[in-house]
Write a protein that binds this ligand. Sequence first.
Ligand SMILES: [Zn+2]
Length: 386
Amino acid sequence: MKKREIVIFFLVDAMGWEWIKNRPFLDDCVVYKQPVKTIFGFSSAAIPSILTGKYPDEHGRWNLLFYSPEASPFRWTRFLHFLPNFLLENRVTRKLITIITKRMVKADGYFTGYVATDKLCYFDICEKYNIYRPGGISGSTTIIDYLAKSDIAHKVYSYHDYSDAQAFAALRQDLHESCQVYFAYLPELDAFLHLNADKPEAISQKLDWYEDNIRQIRDEAVGLGANVRLFVFSDHGMAPITCHYDLISELRSHRIDLEKDCIAVFDSTMARFWSKSPQVLDKIRNILADCSAGDLLIDKTLKEMRVFFPDGRYGQVIFLMKPGTLIYPNLFGKHKPNGMHGFHPDDAHSYGSFLASVSDYKPESILDLYQVMRCEIDRIGDRQDD
Ligand SMILES: [Zn+2]
């Protein structure tokens, strides 16, 4: 009888190479480790790139919010604009808006909006639907679609159904069924590093926790007599915040009215602008070109980074902060993280990680992780057909 094959993929959000390269991490479970280059953007772009093996200009997902006043699922919130600001910008109001909008468009994705409530009606969300389900990224074939089309028994875990601890527990339990491929997306390290990137001891303990859980699952699978192939990787890293920059005051000091002249989104590391007036856009470009806290991204650069969208839906003017520098204050809340990602992909802290119990693969970019998973799935399929 053929030995059971088990392939396990752990996608650990924000498990940056810089955080694990100088410490033991699963050294007894993997034989190969390396940094992997991320793409420019946040998880809303990087994870679709891992799941599809494509760049944002191919799969269409970049920043979570994109300008789309005609099709915005938040259009109805225009009827709330009569409310005083303290009611409009209230946490409860925002939560209610999210719940109602999700119901209205039958969305089950990552649905949140980091803009002022009175600007939400201009935006759509690129991850309206659960990307960890078959058909989750329309127009592209994800690795989840590929698995679903195969006749290989598999399980997928994500935050839609599980906390990280629950995903570990469920996966460990599910090993006792006859699945061959397990894919778990674990997002909680990202949230932890955002808050604690300045606390090395706490980070070390958190990484120990992930290491212990992954090891226990590996051991359980080996204990079942299976041949286990383990892959642990991430979508991007996490840079410690070393500097804050008040970009909003800078723009206002140059007489840009962020209420009337343009629509602006400040995404921690990135500022994006839309305006019907070419003069206003040029003025913003000129101000940002002189700002040493970051870089104005021209079309050529965006094309090279594979995040150029000719219709400007993700921004007609885009400004990226220098690594470690946060746009603060911003227009949304007082949240002041100690770690952030979404800086230039060349920065050391932007790199994700790849760890494997086999040395067959050398993925340079997170896009290559799709091919790694596909090869592993094909390998199982070939064995099944033998
Ligand atoms: Zn994050």
